[in-house]
Design a protein around this ligand. Structure first.
Ligand SMILES: Cc1ncc(COP(=O)(O)O)c(C=O)c1O
Length: 382
């Protein structure tokens, strides 16, 4: 029996392990030199002025919305096709997420619909680079600038992606990344916000550590050399030196990881394009996607998605569905969001299935996934 192929998997090598071990033998376990180095390398990688790392991508989203000034009663515009954290982080601050539908045939928010949802309570627009396909941030920045709003790009799927030569990480006012094990690089858990804006940078750093300030220039009082003061309600959202050592070591391999992801995605595109029952991911002109996930859509009415997932599992191939539209989670239904709110997202959800994609996949794994998917789809549609 062939080994089970999961839909995603980290790749941790001996050099990653050695980096972590060397930190365990050092004087610093948290908030030491590895944090500063990882932030610097990350900022350079995405061509941003600043990077601030956090204990998770979710914490990074929370911090970015805080830095954008989101508070009780405000609105954050986002897409329903995302991990719930993009919207949840608005709820943490007492704000309300507003879901704007994805464009037909696309995985990303439709910029043409955004303006009609903007009110005087809207603070942030948070597009998501779903699966690693860059969202139309250029158009969204234009809308935001004309209305005095802030764009927080959720690029948890898109480290290393670019659009028209511009790196994801320097396009929006703030950009959020995640280093969960299924992502492009991992810290175990971890996240980051990148920005070119010094004011956001300052707020992000303060929020990460209890809202406390030590910088002499920022203190409101000063009782002596020991003195620090709390100016905001912040959190302990720090990332450790141990995790940053892993992140730094992983970041060195980002190019190689991306190249392999792109190679596999290209092979899948070629193999599945000929199948009339499958719709391959949308081609985005000018974009160099990061291919965090490979999402196939099943054609036709009542697509047999559940049956396909079950049959693939039986044959040793892992799948997942990214995502149930956020407003359809019971928690959001209880908040009063109607089911069926975004018709394109609903249509996407009933036909989407994520198949395995990770750099450690062998060519034989890729070919096995292709052969089994095509066989099972053929059976289900005939
Ligand atoms: C689009 C998106 N945003 C945010 C997050 C949250 O990141 P984390 O798991 O690091 O908290 C994820 C993680 O899966 C994600 O996919």
């Amino acid at each position: 029996m062939d080994a089970f192929i999961p839909y995603a998997k980290q790749q941790v090598d001996e050099d990653d392990i050695a980096s972590v071990v060397s930190v365990l033998r050092s004087d610093w376990l948290t908030t030491g030199p590895q944090v500063a180095s990882f932030e610097q390398e990350l900022a350079e990688t995405v061509r941003a002025r600043y990077a601030v790392v956090f204990s998770s991508g979710t914490a990074a989203l929370h911090a970015a919305y805080f830095a954008a000034g989101v508070g009780p009663g405000d609105k954050v515009i986002t897409t329903p096709i995302t991990f719930a954290a993009t919207a949840n982080a608005a709820l943490y601050l007492g704000a309300r997420p507003v879901f704007v539908d994805i464009a037909p045939g696309s995985f990303n928010i439709n910029p043409d619909l955004i303006e009609k949802f903007i009110t005087n309570r809207t603070k942030v627009i948070a597009p998501v680079d779903m699966t690693g396909l860059p969202a139309p941030v250029e158009a969204i920045m234009e809308i935001a600038n004309s209305c005095g709003l802030i764009v927080v790009e959720d690029a948890a799927h898109a480290l290393g992606a670019s659009y028209k030569g511009q790196q994801v990480g320097s396009r929006a006012d703030m950009t959020v990344f995640s280093f969960h094990p299924v992502k492009h690089i991992t810290c175990g858990e971890g996240g980051a916000v990148t920005t070119n804006n010094p004011e956001y940078f300052e707020k992000l750093v303060i929020f990460r550590s209890h809202g406390m300030v030590r910088d002499q220039n920022l203190l409101k009082n000063n009782h002596g050399p020991w003195y620090y003061e709390m100016q905001h309600l912040g959190y302990n959202y720090r990332l450790t030196d141990i995790q940053c050592a892993l992140g730094l070591s992983q970041l060195k391999k980002l190019k190689q990881f991306l190249a392999r992801r792109r190679e596999i995605a290209a092979r899948y595109n070629e193999a599945f394009a000929v199948c009339p029952y499958l719709i391959t991911p949308p081609a985005a002109s000018g974009a160099e996607p990061a291919w965090h996930l490979y999402v196939l859509r099943l054609a036709g009415d009542n697509p047999p998605r559940r049956e396909l997932a079950e049959r693939l599992h039986e044959r040793g191939i892992g799948t997942q569905v990214h995502y149930l539209p956020v407003y359809r989670h019971p928690y959001y239904q209880d908040l009063g969001y109607p089911a069926g709110l975004c018709p394109n997202a609903e249509d996407y959800y009933q036909r989407a299935i994520t198949i395995p994609l990770y750099p450690a996949m062998e060519d034989t794994d890729v070919e096995r996934v292709i052969a089994v998917v095509l066989e099972e789809v053929d059976i289900l549609y005939k």
